[in-house]
Ligand binder design. Structure first.
Ligand SMILES: NC(=O)C1=CN([C@@H]2O[C@H](COP(=O)(O)OP(=O)(O)OC[C@H]3O[C@@H](n4cnc5c(N)ncnc54)[C@H](O)[C@@H]3O)[C@@H](O)[C@H]2O)[C@@H](O)CC1
Ligand SMILES: [K+]
Length: 503
């Protein structure tokens, strides 16, 4: 699915108004109706609702929602933040429609705060939407601070007031902290960035019927991978397949005390469908791996028992994943440098292999094209240097991916898959229960398995990250987010594939 900037969304709104055609006031009514339909499913009519509206179209939505909720027998109080004499046309029309039914309280200055609200009130924030063009200050900021201080559950219309849809906010910006956001037609880029979590809450998207043709034609480099998008990436496995078709995968992983990382990545590789899975590990891990995973073929190399210090010729493998638990011994580094120089097919580079690459940046020029890096934020900064915020992190990842013709998987909530062609694909699966040791090792195994099955790097990264998160969600359902482990996730991979197959 595509993601658009606020400016592009405005253009899509305009196009829809002209070409559907539909009057802009009717499009607003459609948006308000979509919000209301969602709201009545989630919040009972027994709780009083207080709606805070600005004077732009976001406020217009709020006024229409007030009217529609009242028709559904909600007790509604409506407030308008009056900053100027005249609001947008559709705001004014909706104000008139509402005032025919009920009174609207105008809020013009700080002395009117705090306003009295019932203890069990639900708040709806319709102060500013995607038209926000500067940080909120003065009276609007005081009003937002008041709303946040009430600690009452708040739902944002389209986007939390004060949050920019597609550019960074300053650290001191005043922004509504909703428990949920109901957004029109598309999630905003801001929703997918980890630093904004408290300004988004759970987010939902309602279809308001923007013109499908123009959505298709409007170009963007931002996407998100939902079930439909992931389903389209999955290759069918036929009755005539045999293990040779599904590729030979190799994991180079583990060091003394971290053989578990090698086991987890190899286990995930098996579960993600590699035809043959091999592991190159230090000697100390030999029995552990053979016992834990009888399906895996195990190689050890080098004279040091505790680390991988030598790579034998590895031409027989279709895909190699390197890094989990590997350690950063200089002998391992030397061997990895040699491997990178020799390899021609894309590799998966994780954990200590990323750290070693960060310390040996000359390797980057020799890296097989379309290799996949899977850094968490700290590892990414080791690779490119410090970054100031989520937007800068994405920009640097795009630059890096383009320069070295690789894929960067920026791990986190909404893991971002950044491609060499400048595209960024945010993942939609996964949960905080996955923020645990071993989770990344599992991802490396999955990605290596998909590369071995001849998925190209971009597809492997998008699909693998999606499946990893989906398996994590299933593990959370069975074990709970607190107790779930990386092994639980790996054991759900089969169900994650099945679920996707039937999506
Ligand atoms: N355009 C359309 O057809 C539709 C728009 N919709 C709604 O319209 C919203 C966008 O509406 P608008 O473009 O009118 O913008 P907003 O309602 O977000 O508000 C913009 C107004 O606030 C002012 N403003 C911006 N930043 C400010 C700040 N920091 N302090 C004080 N004033 C500030 C602007 O100058 C402008 O007057 C969307 O978020 C959505 O809720 C929906 O009704 C769906 C259809
Ligand atoms: K809002």
């Amino acid at each position: 699915m595509k993601l658009f900037t606020a400016e592009q969304i405005r253009a899509l709104d305009r196009y829809t108004i002209e070409h559907e055609p539909i009057a802009s006031i009717d499009l607003m009514e459609r948006a308000a109706q979509a919000f209301t339909d969602w709201f009545v499913q989630h919040y009972p009519a027994s709780r009083p609702v207080a709606i805070f509206c600005g004077m732009g179209n976001n406020g217009g939505d709020g006024l229409a929602i007030a009217r529609l909720l009242q028709a559904q027998r909600y007790t509604v109080q409506c407030f308008v933040m009056k900053l100027k004499a005249q609001g947008s046309d559709d705001f004014e029309t909706n104000l008139q429609r509402l005032q025919e039914l009920t009174t609207v309280t105008l809020l013009e200055r700080a002395e009117q705060l705090p306003v009295a609200l019932p203890d069990d009130a639900l708040l709806i924030d319709a102060l500013f939407g995607s038209g926000l063009d500067r940080p909120v200050e003065g009276f609007p900021a005081q009003l937002i601070q008041f709303l946040n201080r009430t600690k009452l559950p708040t739902v944002a219309v389209d986007i939390a007031s004060g949050l920019f849809a597609d550019r960074p906010n300053g650290s001191g910006d005043v922004i509504v902290k909703p428990e949920a956001t109901f957004s029109f037609q598309f999630p905003k880029l801001a929703f997918l960035l980890p630093g904004n979590a408290q300004y988004v809450g759970e987010w939902y998207v309602g279809d308001i019927g923007l013109h499908p043709e123009v959505i298709q034609q409007t170009e963007t480099s931002w996407f998100y991978t939902d079930a439909a998008a992931a389903r389209a990436l999955l290759q069918p496995r036929t009755r005539f397949s045999h293990k040779g078709n599904f590729g030979r995968a190799l994991l180079i992983a583990g060091s003394y005390g971290k053989i578990g990382a090698a086991v987890l990545s190899a286990h995930a590789c098996l579960r993600a469908g590699a035809g043959l899975t091999s592991a190159l590990i230090p000697q100390c891990g030999y029995k552990i791996m053979q016992t834990a995973l009888p399906e895996v073929m195990v190689m050890t190399a080098g004279s040091n028992k505790k680390i991988v210090s030598d790579f034998p010729p590895l031409g027989a493998y279709d895909a190699i994943g390197v890094g989990p638990g590997l350690g950063k011994d200089f002998k391992t580094a030397k061997a990895l440098g040699g491997l990178i120089e020799k390899m021609i097919s894309p590799m998966v580079i994780d954990a200590d292999a990323i750290n070693l690459t960060a310390e040996n940046q000359a390797w980057l020029a020799k890296l097989p094209r379309q290799s996949i890096f899977t850094p968490h934020p700290k590892e990414f900064e080791r690779l490119v240097g410090p970054v100031a915020n989520d937007y800068e992190r994405l920009a640097r990842a795009k630059e890096f991916a383009q320069r070295y013709q690789c894929v960067i998987v920026l791990k986190g909530a909404y893991t971002a898959v950044v491609l060499w062609n400048g595209e960024v694909h945010f993942n939609t699966t996964g949960n905080p229960g996955m923020a645990k040791g071993g989770s990344g090792d599992a991802l490396t195994g999955i990605l290596t398995a998909l590369l071995a099955q001849e998925y190209d790097s971009a597809t492997a990264a998008k699909l693998g990250v999606y499946l990893h998160g989906a398996a994590g969600d299933l593990a959370a359902q069975h074990n709970g987010m607190i107790a779930m482990t990386a092994t639980d996730l790996i054991e759900q991979l089969g169900h994650a594939f099945e679920q996707l197959n039937h999506a």
